[in-house]
Design a binder for this molecule. Structure first.
Ligand SMILES: O=P(O)(O)O[C@H]1O[C@H](CO)[C@@H](O)[C@H]1O
Ligand SMILES: O=c1cc[nH]c(=O)[nH]1
Length: 235
């Protein structure tokens, strides 16, 4: 048990997928895992453990934003000894050469979040993906003939930003997309010596204005889920 997860330690696998939306966690459990059991419903933030290709895998909703994912990731790492965390999230494309529904493997995550300024008052910390997971995800995508983009992203605290120039500025320095959790995931994985990666699907486009539907965001994006699961169990 931890404060926000009502599970016994053995209920949660070593490997956990992390969608922001708890209903995406349910979708993954129902569509990809065998014998999935729900271990958490606290705050409606569903967590399930099941079996994927013979290995135990959990999938835990994180909610939206750095503070929310930080709570779940901290508890998974501190109280449940989780070793591998893979976010399966949506993002907004920041550049014309990134298309709606593209899958992105986030190599690093710059951020405007205050959390790392508080954590590292004297350092600009660089939240970075685990190389072995990044490589496994890339190889899994290639094996399944799924095109992926690999590169830096931007994690923001502000979905409805009034500072468009900040987003444009990071895009002009190579950021492919914006979302709201990855910098915290990579930072906490570093603190606890765990492996982390974010696999993202472009749900809307900040340059062209295109967008997917809410149902599509909740229920589909199977390529991202497949890549994350393959990467999670690969030795
Ligand atoms: O689809 P999820 O995983 O929630 O990710 C993205 O969607 C939410 C905003 O709509 C933020 O959490 C952002 O990071
Ligand atoms: O955080 C997010 C997620 C999807 N699209 C955005 O524009 N921002």
């Amino acid at each position: 048990m931890s404060i926000h997860l009502a599970a016994a330690k053995e209920d949660i696998a070593d490997v956990v997928l992390l969608p922001g939306d708890p209903l995406r966690a349910k979708f993954i459990a129902e569509n990809f895992l065998e014998n999935a059991v729900c271990y958490n419903e606290v705050r409606g933030m569903y967590g399930f453990t099941g079996v994927y290709q013979g290995k135990r895998v959990s999938v835990q909703g994180t909610g939206m934003g750095v503070p929310s994912i930080s709570i779940y990731v901290h508890e998974l790492l501190e109280s449940y000894d989780v070793k591998t965390l893979i976010r399966v999230g949506t993002c907004g494309a920041l550049r014309k050469d990134v298309a709606l529904r593209d899958v992105i493997l986030a190599m690093s995550a710059s951020s405007d979040s205050a959390t790392n300024r508080i954590r590292f008052p004297e350092v600009q910390f660089a939240p970075t993906a685990d190389f072995s997971l990044l490589m496994n995800a890339y190889l899994a995508a290639k094996e399944r003939d799924i095109d992926v983009r690999v590169g830096p992203i931007f994690t923001t605290d502000t979905f409805y930003s009034e500072a468009q120039r900040v987003v444009d500025h990071v895009a002009s320095y190579g950021a492919l997309a914006v979302e709201m959790e990855t910098s915290a995931l990579y930072t906490l994985a570093g603190k606890f010596g765990a492996r982390a990666l974010s696999v993202l699907t472009v749900s809307d486009h900040l340059v062209t204005g295109e967008a997917t539907t809410a149902q599509e965001r909740q229920m589909t994006f199977r390529d991202m889920m497949q890549i994350a699961l393959d990467a999670a169990i690969r030795e």
